[in-house]
Write a protein that binds this ligand. Structure first.
Ligand code: IPD
Ligand code: CA
Ligand code: CA
Length: 278
C-alpha cells in the first residue's frame, strides 16, 4: 500500500469537498427543485445529497482504492487498509431544502477509528474549515487561534434535536429549557458539523447533541480538538464519534455544562446513537 502523508490526505479531502460543495451551491443559488424524498417522517433526502455523495465516493474510490468508505447515503464500501473515510455529503439537508445557508460537506479520514483529517465546507457562506492531527485547524486558509476559556453564564450554546423529536419531544425540551436558563442564549443551526466548527472558531461557546451519526461529528470534532476545545460524550466519558453523542465547548464552559447536565440528569436513560461501532 502507498504511504500517504496527512497533508496528501488533507489536500485530497479539501479538493473533493470543494467540488461537491460547489454542486450544492449551484443548486442552492438557482433554487433548483431539490427532489425531496422522505427517509422517515421528517428526515428528508434530496437529489443533491445523492449527487454530492457520488462525487465524493467516486473520487475516493479512484484515489484511495484500498481504503474503506462510510457514506450517509451509500453506506459501507469495505477496503483492505486500516483507513476509513467517513462522509456526510450534505449536512443540513432540511436547511438546504428551505434555502437556509447553513449546510456543509463533511469529510473525515479515520485511521484505526481515530479522526486524523477533517474538512467541513459551507459553500453558501464560503467557510472552509479543515484540520489534521497535530497540524492545527484552519478557516479559509487562516490558522484558527486556541479557544479561550469562558463562563456558562455568558455562553452562547448551540444544540440540536434528533429526528425522533416528534415522538420524544420532552427529552429535547428539557435540554433546551435547562441550557436557556443557565446561559446567555441558545441557538440551533441545523447542521451538526457546522455547529462543531462554530465552537472551534469561537463564534459559539458550546454545542451539545445526541442521536447523531459519526459522519455528522467526526470532522468537526477534530477541528475543535485542534483549537483546544474540550470534547466528551454528553455524560463526560471519552468522546467517540460512533456513539453519535457530543459535548464540545470552551474550557470551563464544558465543565459547567457537564455539571449542569449531570445534575439535571438530561442524558440519563436511553440516549444511544443509532449507529454502533462494528
Ligand atoms: C442532521 C443535522 C442536524 C442534526 C441532525 C442531523 P442531515 O444531518 O446535522 O443538525 O440535528 O440530527 O441528522 O440529516 O442534515 O445530514
Ligand atoms: Ca448530517
Ligand atoms: Ca446528510
Amino acid at each position: 500500500m502507498k504511504d500517504y502523508t496527512l497533508t496528501d490526505d488533507l489536500d485530497l479531502a479539501r479538493e473533493i469537498a470543494r467540488e461537491a460543495g460547489l454542486l450544492l451551491r449551484d443548486g442552492w443559488e438557482n433554487a433548483d427543485d431539490p427532489d425531496i424524498e422522505y427517509k422517515g417522517r421528517i428526515n428528508l433526502v434530496t437529489k443533491y445529497d445523492k449527487a454530492s455523495e457520488n462525487i465524493i465516493v467516486n473520487h475516493l474510490s479512484e484515489k484511495r482504492p484500498e481504503d474503506s468508505i462510510l457514506g450517509e447515503e451509500s453506506g459501507e464500501h469495505p477496503g483492505s487498509s486500516n483507513r476509513l473515510w467517513c462522509i456526510d455529503p450534505l449536512d443540513g439537508t432540511t436547511n438546504f431544502a428551505h434555502r437556509l445557508p447553513f449546510f456543509t460537506v463533511s469529510i473525515t479520514l479515520m485511521i484505526d477509528g481515530e479522526p486524523v483529517v477533517g474538512v467541513v465546507y459551507n459553500p453558501a457562506l464560503e467557510m472552509e474549515f479543515y484540520a489534521a492531527t497535530g497540524m492545527g485547524a484552519f478557516l479559509n486558509g487562516k490558522r484558527l487561534p486556541t479557544v479561550k476559556p469562558g463562563e456558562l453564564d455568558r455562553a452562547l450554546i448551540l444544540y440540536g434535536c434528533g429526528y425522533d423529536r416528534r415522538e420524544n419531544p420532552q427529552r429535547y425540551i428539557r435540554m433546551m429549557e435547562t441550557y436557556m436558563v443557565a446561559s446567555q442564549g441558545i441557538r440551533r443551526t441545523g447542521s451538526a458539523s457546522f455547529d462543531c466548527c462554530l465552537v472551534a472558531c469561537g463564534q459559539a461557546d458550546a454545542y451539545v447533541e445526541v442521536n447523531l451519526y459519526p459522519w455528522d461529528i467526526a470532522a468537526g470534532s477534530l477541528i475543535g480538538m485542534e483549537t483546544g476545545c474540550i470534547i466528551t460524550d454528553v455524560n463526560g466519558e471519552t468522546f467517540d464519534p460512533f456513539t453519535g453523542r457530543i459535548m464540545i465547548a470552551k474550557p470551563v464552559v464544558h465543565e459547567q455544562l457537564l455539571e449542569l447536565s449531570n445534575a439535571q440528569e438530561l442524558f440519563a436513560g436511553e440516549f444511544t446513537g443509532e449507529w454502533k461501532k462494528k
